[in-house]
Design a protein around this ligand. Structure first.
Ligand code: PNS
Length: 158
């Protein structure tokens, strides 16, 4: 049986922590769909298209990954695609409460199961928001994001 999972998120932009979760999901599952949430009410630093392009570039070495976008409910997107499992990274306790609520809601409204991957210790402190804050202020953020993202952030804040 072929098992597909979805890694959903805002990914504005991806960090090395996200990439680590994608790579580990890619090793354990047959097919991994990375789905970027397009939120018309929340403008990000990068457009959804730019985020997808950065993810596509940085996951080019993984042959079972697809990059897509969605809006509305995750359960509806997954039902359309025939995907029954969400795979998400957990940095620690502060992530857990909210992630568990979402997992339980998705299970209830869409029979969608969520599997949590414990973030690698080296990436436990990383978040897109913090990286953007440091990059925006001219701080040193190398080693927190993959190369294409680093270049895109430098260009954005030049
Ligand atoms: O990277 P993020 O912002 O933590 O990702 C959150 C995301 C996109 C996974 C979550 O907000 C989501 O699934 N949104 C889609 C709307 C939805 O299904 N809401 C109900 C969740 S229980």
């Amino acid at each position: 049986m072929s098992v597909a999972v979805i890694c959903p998120g805002s990914f504005d932009p991806i960090t090395l922590g996200h990439l680590d979760v994608f790579e580990r999901a890619s090793r354990r599952f047959d097919r991994v769909v990375i789905a970027v949430l397009g939120n018309p009410r929340k403008e990000g630093l990068f457009t959804v298209e730019e985020r997808m392009e950065l993810i596509t570039t940085e996951t080019a070495h993984l042959d079972n990954i697809e990059v897509d976008r969605f809006h509305g409910l995750l359960v509806d997107f997954c039902a359309d695609r025939g995907i029954g499992i969400v795979c998400k990274g957990l940095r620690g306790g502060s992530d857990f409460e909210y992630e568990q609520q979402m997992a339980q809601m998705n299970q209830r409204i869409g029979d969608l199961e969520t599997l949590f991957v414990s973030t690698s210790p080296a990436h436990g402190y990383l978040s897109s928001s913090l990286v953007k804050e440091v990059a925006r202020a001219g701080g040193r953020f190398e080693g927190t994001v993959p190369p294409a993202v680093e270049a895109a952030l430098r260009a954005r804040f030049a």
